[in-house]
Design a protein around this ligand. Structure first.
Ligand code: ADP
Ligand code: MG
Length: 304
């Protein structure tokens, strides 16, 4: 039996379709703030037999479930303590919930990240933007996802106005990152998908329309696709380092994002431990269902 731990029904539509088609049995453990899964948890009890796929997201608190992530972390602890195989198990929470942890893990394998400073209050944000980057930078939440809190800073005045506006939401963990803005002349970023620790493909994402780059079909509201799959990576040495990172951190599945500046240098700035695949982009590339097939292989081989 496959158990899918998740916080967003829309993000598992394709996976469920695929499992149905392949007659693979699964159950959903939907984790929101009223999650009966956690409430019924018996600490002296034994988890069911099966394989567990953890794909609860760091942005779940923005969809009305403040404690999804904390709750699933507790569940995964329990599963882990009974040696259940969890795809993206215990270790992934640390990376999923903190860009600081992501950057430290990237540095460890020799991957360049944008210059980044940490702020824990508005004054510190304003000072860092001014002193470190002359108010030409980007700020983002440490615990992020779906572009939460990502704001391009272009002047002190507009930054102060933003931080004082009613629309400003402080980061859920109190930590803001003040970061070097990497200008990409061709206006795209690249997201590298790894499954089972191995390279699957890269997705080039058009960034001309903003910072929410969720690649799920459901997130594409414009109809016009901004996703193009590149099968062979133009940066094989970077991919090797990503693979090492996945191995170091027991990451079964992840999507890692980098940006290329005008000099051709790559900067890696985001690791997504739960990733969405764009089926239409896969179809256009002639590799329909490749990602979901690879995940299904993980389910089959990982049940140990
Ligand atoms: N340092 C940066 N320089 C230029 N663009 C950036 C930078 N950081 C983020 N962005 C843009 O903002 C998007 C969202 O930022 P990201 O760090 O991936 O946050 P999230 O975790 O919310 O996806 C990126 O995909 C990219 O388009
Ligand atoms: Mg991102």
């Amino acid at each position: 039996m496959i158990y899918i731990l998740h916080d967003n029904k829309k993000w598992i539509v394709e996976l469920k379709k695929h499992l149905d088609e392949n007659k693979l049995e699964y159950k959903e453990w939907f984790i929101d703030d009223e999650s009966s899964v956690l409430e019924n948890l018996d600490l002296d009890g034994v988890p069911p037999e099966g394989i567990f796929y953890n794909r609860v997201s760091a942005s779940s608190h923005t969809r009305g479930a403040r404690y999804s992530l904390e709750d699933s972390r507790a569940l995964v602890e329990w599963l882990g303590s009974h040696n259940r195989r969890v795809i993206n198990g215990r270790g992934t929470f640390n990376l999923e919930t903190s860009k600081i942890s992501q950057y430290l893990a990237l540095k460890k394998v020799g991957v360049k990240t944008p210059e980044t400073y940490i702020a824990t209050n508005k004054n510190a944000i304003i000072k860092l933007c001014e002193n470190k980057f002359g108010n030409n930078c980007i700020i983002k939440d440490n615990r992020s996802g779906s572009g939460i809190g990502v704001k391009r800073v272009i002047s002190r005045d507009s930054l102060v106005e933003y931080l004082c506006s009613p629309s400003y939401v402080p980061p859920i963990d109190g930590i803001t990152l003040v970061q070097e803005y990497i200008e990409s002349p061709e206006r795209y970023i690249t997201r590298v998908e790894l499954i089972g620790g191995n390279y699957v493909y890269s997705v080039r994402v058009d960034t001309s329309n903003g910072f929410n780059l969720c690649p799920a079909d459901e997130c594409n509201l414009t109809g016009k696709s901004k996703f193009t799959i590149i099968k062979e990576s133009p940066h094989p040495e970077l991919i090797e380092k990503y693979r090492q990172l996945a191995k170091n951190n027991n990451l079964d599945l992840c999507g890692i994002e980098y940006i290329v500046d005008g000099e051709g240098d790559t900067y890696t700035y985001d690791i997504n431990c739960n990733t969405n695949y764009n089926t239409k982009a896969e179809e256009r590339a002639g590799i329909k269902n490749l990602a979901v097939n690879k995940i299904t292989e993980l389910f089959k081989t990982g049940d140990k």
